[in-house]
Design a protein around this ligand. Structure first.
Ligand SMILES: Nc1ncnc2c1ncn2[C@@H]1O[C@H](COP(=O)(O)OP(=O)(O)OP(=O)(O)O)[C@@H](O)[C@H]1O
Length: 378
């Protein structure tokens, strides 16, 4: 989340660091309000991330790992800390920066300029994959066609696949992202408030892998507070981009974020406590909450039809998913008949064609795009 302030609480100049008892404390640590000097803060912050990595066995010597690099503070700090830990503890990782250019003028073009500087600062190779090249749509075009309200849905689905494709192109099967403890706790709250128990169960997993996909995802900042990431970037004078995305943030996540901030102000440990609760929830076997429409249908009808899920994917109906299943449209690995990205793109193409026919303008352009989509193979 770009644009945040440096929020470590100030301490009296006379106070000594509670860890080394030698240097002056310069901050109260957001996670536990401990008074710390800069050096001890760097040390506890980095050591906690090292412990997270080793406890979850995230890496093996020789692994090639792509860092999802947006140029924002989380992924910039992630690149910096991984470089430091890789050298300090001899992880023997080959680290690569992987950026997705969603095509958002005045936002992503500027943040990618930051990633290009990071490439030189951290001495890591950089690969940039653009939505326009992959999908023939930029986010600016998507928003002008589908509106701003669902922009996060499109962007999330397309980015997930773009990161996978970028990693596959580089021969890498592990992508790390800068999702932090606040993101995790927000997700737990959101899923709890929505009664989304399927997602709730998975919301605190550090290492994930979509069914059928060879690409793993992990979150080494799972236990790192956002405020501490900002402090680290600030004290280390890291070069990062801090502007909010031009398009609307996911509305409900924004509400969960505000709630979390209010809770954190009263009780800083609540972020860790929510993650702890998320990790230890034992849910009873699920009962489906059928809709009336679903209840009215015959069983045979339900098994035969393709159901469009809320996230835009299409279920395989009564058939079982087989590992290695491929999207019938683009051939990319997916757990569904048609991958989520293709479903969303097909909807966009229909909208664009409809708008064009209705207005009797640019029909050629829409037809050409539809044809391109039909021929898409990655
Ligand atoms: N365009 C992108 N290219 C590559 N990775 C990305 C991109 N956008 C997001 N990510 C990855 O997903 C993580 C979470 O992104 P999100 O936009 O939700 O949060 P953020 O707090 O703004 O992250 P950051 O501060 O790193 O921009 C990022 O830290 C990064 O690792």
């Amino acid at each position: 989340m770009p644009g945040e302030k440096v929020t470590g609480k100030k301490v009296k100049l006379s106070a000594l660091c509670e860890l080394c008892n030698g240097r002056k404390a310069v901050m109260k640590r957001p996670k536990n309000l401990q008074k710390l000097c800069k050096e001890c803060f760097y040390n506890v912050f980095e050591t906690e991330i090292h412990n997270t990595i080793t406890n979850a066995n995230l890496f093996r010597p020789g692994d090639k790992v792509a860092i999802g690099a947006s140029g924002g503070k989380d992924s910039t700090v992630l690149a910096s800390v991984l470089k430091t830990l890789n050298e300090r503890y001899d992880y023997q990782l080959e680290l690569v920066l992987l950026s997705i250019d969603e095509g958002i003028k005045g936002y992503r073009d500027d943040s990618l300029a930051t990633v290009k500087r990071n490439q030189a600062q951290y001495g890591m190779p950089l690969e940039i994959i653009s939505y326009k090249d992959l999908y023939n749509w930029s986010m600016d075009e998507i928003v002008s066609c589908a509106g701003i309200r669902s922009s996060c849905t499109y962007c999330g689905v397309l980015r997930r696949q773009a990161l996978d494709r970028g990693a596959a192109k580089l021969g890498i099967n592990h992508v790390v992202t800068g999702h932090n403890a606040d993101d995790m706790a927000e997700t737990v709250l959101m899923n709890l408030l929505r009664g989304d128990t399927a997602r709730l169960e998975k919301s605190c997993t550090i290492l994930t892998q979509s069914a059928g996909s060879p690409i793993k995802r992990s979150k080494p900042f799972k236990y790192s507070y956002q405020k501490e990431i900002v402090l680290y970037a600030h004290y280390k004078k890291l070069d990062y981009f801090s502007t909010e995305c031009s398009y609307a943030p996911e509305a409900f996540r924004g509400t969960a974020r505000e709630l979390l901030k209010s809770l954190e102000a009263i009780r800083p440990s609540c972020i860790m406590d929510i993650i702890y609760s998320g990790e230890h929830l034992a849910l009873a076997p699920k009962k489906k909450r059928p809709t009336q429409q679903y209840k009215n249908k015959k069983k045979s009808q339900i098994n035969d039809e393709k159901e469009v899920n809320s996230d835009g994917s299409i279920s395989l109906g009564g058939r079982e998913f087989k590992d290695g299943n491929r999207c019938e449209n683009c051939g990319y690995l997916t757990s569904n008949k048609i991958c989520k990205a293709c479903v969303l793109l097909a909807g966009l193409e229909m909208n664009r064609a409809k708008v064009s026919v209705d207005n009797n303008t640019a029909v050629d352009g829409a037809a050409k795009l539809t044809k391109t989509l039909e021929q898409l193979s990655f």
